[in-house]
Write a protein that binds this ligand. Structure first.
Ligand SMILES: Cc1ncc(COP(=O)(O)O)c(C=O)c1O
Length: 383
């Protein structure tokens, strides 16, 4: 009998499942407000689309070096110099098919099957799913709202004492909470990892999307960290599947060879277009201003409709609401919100298998009008 693998039988990404259900309702003629997926409503900046159009007109779209076009790697290095005051050699930059590929590449380049990797919960579900499928042991460390959902050096030490840890992965600004790790905490976590011989992977995909407090780049504290970043969020390029990594020298060749065999190269058209994204700051800041307006609106309005139990969002475009006063089953709550209020939201189980049933995540990456409509519908639904 033919059987499929156990390691491939990973958990569904519920946000995507909710989106599929919302799309089915829309196809049946219903009007749905989308707050389930973290995807900018705006298209890629004009300069990006123009660069892609020109590349198409010029003709040949081919493979590139596995590590990416030199011009894009240089543009990314220039971003580190201008935004973070960091001199990073373009040689240390690998262009990837979205940050999602960066997870596969870094996990394969840094870890053996069976190694233990810490993920703070709540967190982005794909980390857990990819690590599991690759045969690594996921060590989920629960973080607390009182700590602004941030991992502490003590928690890492305690887990390492139990059984050695090989890696720690964090995102700041975080998904689903939008919280940003204070610089002192980030530095202390990185120093703890270095002292204990643990790789530190920093998912910086939400850099650029902050509303007061600025996140620091992990490279500021050590050249040995692995940075994963993307053009998907701040740069509004989700569907272009383009991201990057900054790697320690030691991991470079391995990531290059893995990239060659896993996907050859990131799409050339997206690479050419991404170079232009760094010239689109004015346009992108207007979009970010829209998120900030949405954030202020939700922070003021959600408490009025019984959804006030959340931490102020430092960055990204999500609110992680504690709905335990309304339900014990946020999966059912999200299902009803879609079916009855026609507002698509994501159940917390995506981000936290243990306590997620008390939470839902709402994305405020849509338009201001969509936020107003969502509050109106949810308010009516919750009575
Ligand atoms: C924290 C985090 N990392 C990575 C990703 C994946 O992004 P992409 O592969 O589009 O770069 C997402 C997508 O929502 C995310 O929230």
């Amino acid at each position: 009998m033919l059987t499929t693998s156990n390691r491939g039988a990973i958990q569904p990404f519920l946000a995507m499942d909710v989106m599929a259900a919302a799309n089915r309702l829309e196809a049946a003629g219903q009007d749905v407000v989308h707050m389930e997926v973290g995807q900018p409503g705006a298209p890629a900046p004009r300069s990006v689309r123009d660069a892609a159009t020109k590349a198409l007109r010029d003709g040949r779209i081919g493979y590139t070096d596995a590590l990416g076009l030199r011009a894009l790697r240089e543009a990314i290095a220039a971003y580190y110099a201008s935004h973070h005051g960091l001199e990073i050699s373009p040689e240390r930059i690998a262009v990837t098919t979205g940050s999602s590929a960066g997870f596969n590449l870094s996990f394969l380049a840094l870890f053996e099957a069976g190694d233990r990797v810490i993920l703070p919960t709540p967190g982005y579900p794909a980390y857990r799913n990819i690590l599991g499928a690759l045969g690594l042991e996921v060590v989920e460390l629960a973080t607390k709202a009182q700590d602004r959902w941030c991992l502490t050096p003590d928690a890492i030490r305690a887990a390492h004492v139990k059984s050695p840890i090989k890696g720690v992965l964090i995102a700041s600004p975080a998904n689903p909470s939008g919280t940003i790790m204070k610089s002192e905490t980030l530095q202390a976590v990185i120093e703890t990892c270095e002292e204990l011989g643990i790789w530190f992977i920093s998912d910086e995909i939400y850099h650029g999307l902050d509303y007061g407090m600025k996140p620091n780049c992990a490279l500021r504290y050590s050249p040995n960290v692995v940075i994963i970043n993307s053009f998907s969020k701040y740069y509004c390029m989700t569907g272009w599947r383009i991201g990057w990594m900054v790697l320690p020298e030691k991991a470079l060749r391995s990531v290059e060879c893995l990239g060659q065999s896993l996907y050859i190269s990131a799409p050339m058209i997206s690479q050419v277009a991404a170079i232009a994204a760094f010239d689109a700051t004015d346009e992108l800041e207007v979009i970010k201003h829209g998120y900030a307006k949405n954030r202020d609106f939700l922070m003021a309005q959600l408490p009025k409709i019984g959804l006030g139990n959340f931490l102020p969002m430092d960055g990204a475009f999500y609110v992680y609401c504690d709905v335990s006063s309304l339900t014990d089953d946020s999966m059912e709550f999200a299902k009803k919100s879609l079916e009855e209020a026609k507002v698509a939201i994501t159940p917390g189980a995506d981000f936290d298998p243990k306590l997620g049933h008390h939470y839902v995540r709402l994305s405020f990456a849509g338009t201001y009008g969509a936020m107003q409509e969502a509050v109106k519908r949810l308010g009516g639904w919750l009575g």
